[in-house]
Design a binder for this molecule. Structure first.
Ligand code: HEM
Length: 259
């Protein structure tokens, strides 16, 4: 639990001469968009900012996922519920940001793509840490990580932790309920909302994957290799089917038998 009370925050800092620009470190922040193209391409600023903003939101998302994991480990269902609600809003924001790049015509991206060198979103350590924290462990995912040598520290740390699905199931066991009983029981409970919240997270994350693969097809075409050397859209399309929480999807089939 937080040890801060509202009154602790009320007056702190008021006398320290902090204003909007210094608090947010705006001078530094707004100096970080270094265009590589020469002459400067008018669309490269948008390209850089969508990536940088995504990485900032990844940072917040990872922070909230840590909060979620702590809450689950402490069997604190209500705090976990609050955390998953925020995680889901953040995931939606991150996905929607991609649509800004739908306005980048392919011939204009081609004018500055060569300046990106070998940089590719597939080298995003934060993105991989999010996937690992959520629960990916399949061969395709592990291969994507191994491609860049030893995993970065945040990815290695996430891989060493229990996956979200196991933590959620442990909480259910602690509460004396099963996944099946949540869907057959008398009505929505906090535990049911928590499990549905996790499913919502998976759905929204897959929406990011889909918006991204469509963006890639729209801008570089379905058959073009990525700057990271993959088969581009074809490689990415396969990731849309990856699942963090297979048990949460499987429980639904149980109500309809198996054919
Ligand atoms: C013009 C827009 C974009 C294009 C053409 C594009 C293209 C690609 C391609 C082709 C890949 C596959 C790996 C490779 O061979 O490079 C990829 C992966 C990736 N991109 Fe993008 N991308 C774009 C925008 C973004 C943005 C805005 C983000 C936000 C951070 C992003 C994040 C990622 C991530 C995380 C991966 C790894 C996905 C995975 O392996 O599942 N991309 N991108």
């Amino acid at each position: 639990m937080s040890t801060h009370s509202p009154s602790d925050h009320a007056h702190a800092g008021a006398t320290r001469g902090i204003d909007y620009a210094s608090y947010l470190r705006l001078d530094e922040l707004l100096a970080l968009q270094t265009l590589q193209s020469t002459p400067a391409h008018p669309d490269e600023l948008l390209f850089i900012v969508v990536h940088q903003a995504s990485e900032l939101w990844f940072k917040v998302l990872r922070h909230e996922m840590d909060t979620m994991i702590t809450a689950l480990e402490q069997f604190d269902a209500m705090r976990a519920l609050l955390a998953i609600q925020r995680i889901n809003v953040l995931t939606e924001i991150i996905a929607q940001q991609l649509t800004a790049l739908d306005t980048l015509p392919p011939q204009r991206f081609a004018q500055f793509r060569a300046y990106l060198g070998a940089s590719s979103g597939s080298q995003s350590a934060q993105f991989r840490a999010i996937e690992a924290t959520a629960g990916l462990r399949d061969a395709h995912f592990m291969a994507a990580i191994a491609e860049h040598g030893d995993p970065p520290a945040e990815v290695a740390a996430a891989l060493a932790r229990p996956v979200l699905q196991d933590l959620a199931l442990a909480l259910l066991a602690h509460e004396g309920v099963t996944l099946e009983s949540l869907y057959l029981g008398p009505g929505p409970t906090p535990m049911f909302l928590l499990i549905e919240g996790l499913l919502e997270f998976e759905q929204r994350f897959a929406r990011w994957r889909f918006l991204h693969v469509q963006l890639v097809e729209r801008i570089i075409g379905p058959g073009t290799f990525g700057t990271g050397g993959t088969l581009g859209a074809k490689y990415l399309a396969r990731t849309v089917a990856q699942r963090f929480f297979p048990a949460l999807w499987a429980v639904r089939s149980e109500f309809y038998g198996k054919h």
